[in-house]
Design a protein around this ligand. Structure first.
Ligand code: GDP
Ligand code: K
Ligand code: MG
Length: 268
């Protein structure tokens, strides 16, 4: 049985290093159809399965503003892998978690990997894996592509995730934006993930605006800004709860707003 796995993440978070640890020499390089962006694939056997990995071009969001982003998003949108591993740098998790939220909105079957755990440990940063799983609603694996920590656990988790697809409760943007999302969803055809497309529409995504051209619905830039702001508030709340530095708090937590933690996670 073959399981297809996409490795998704920001540039420089360790996707290719993990890929090399996972598949070793059994890899080959090609181009993505029609473009000169490199496509790296490889497979490894684990238990009764063949895990077929695709090392996707690094992206900061699923907004498809660059060629790399368009290649990655089109792959996920039109040919979603069985499992999408979202690789996040444990030392700077914000931007990676932003991409994770978008991946969940796209309805992907996600495993969250917090990589560079060796550096985190060296810096006395403790990551509460259980709490992360609870708040994000997806399986979490802590890895180091340098020491090999978590690699077998990642393979196990991919197989479990394939056998039992996680459908997490999605992040909500509050009444005003949720009402707008519902309105736009009515214009999206059934072949697409309606919520993802509606949110991208409200974010003024050019490609999505062209696809959904039957929606005579204008919004100003403030909605897109508000969507990004809500995502970052939610992420800040999760990080401040799940990342701690022995004795004192992380720098990202210095800006910690307890109101946010309460608002988004229900923790006093
Ligand atoms: P990619 O752009 O996501 O494919 O990232 P790369 O795999 O090319 O890694 C970027 C840099 O991070 C390289 O210098 C790697 O050696 C380093 N790196 C990747 N994973 C780890 C890790 O788990 N721990 C540490 N300390 N460094 C890592
Ligand atoms: K790095
Ligand atoms: Mg790479």
């Amino acid at each position: 049985m073959v399981i297809t796995v996409g490795l998704l993440g920001n540039p420089n978070v360790g996707k290719t290093s993990l890929f090399n640890k996972l598949v070793g020499a059994r890899q080959y390089v090609a181009n993505w159809p029609g473009v000169t962006v490199t496509r790296i694939e490889g497979a490894t056997s684990y238990r009764d399965y063949t895990l077929h990995f695709v090392d996707l071009p690094g992206v900061y969001s699923l907004s498809a503003t660059s060629l790399d982003e368009k290649v990655t998003r089109d792959f996920l949108l039109f040919t979603p892998p069985n499992v999408t591993v979202v690789v996040i740098d444990s030392m700077t998790p914000e931007q990676g978690m932003y991409l994770l939220l978008e991946s969940l909105e796209l309805g992907l079957n996600v495993v969250a990997v917090f990589n560079t755990i060796d550096e985190a440990k060296k810096n006395g940063i403790n990551i509460d894996k259980e709490a992360l799983q609870t708040f994000l609603g997806v399986p979490v694996v802590l890895t180091s592509a340098h020491t090999g920590e978590g690699i077998d656990e990642l393979k196990e988790t991919i197989i479990n995730s394939f056998k039992k697809v996680t459908r997490t409760k999605l992040f909500e943007y509050g009444e005003e934006i949720e009402n707008l999302i519902k309105k736009v969803e009515n214009c999206v055809s059934n072949e697409y993930n309606k919520r993802f497309m509606a949110i991208k529409y409200l974010e003024n995504d050019k490609f999505v605006r062209e696809l959904i051209n039957n929606c005579d619905f204008t919004t100003d830039e403030s909605i897109a800004t508000e969507i990004a702001k809500k995502r970052y508030e939610y992420i800040t709340a999760i990080i401040s709860r799940c990342f701690t530095k022995s004795n004192n708090l992380l720098s990202t937590m210095e800006a910690l707003d307890h109101v946010l933690t309460h608002k988004y996670l229900g923790i006093p």
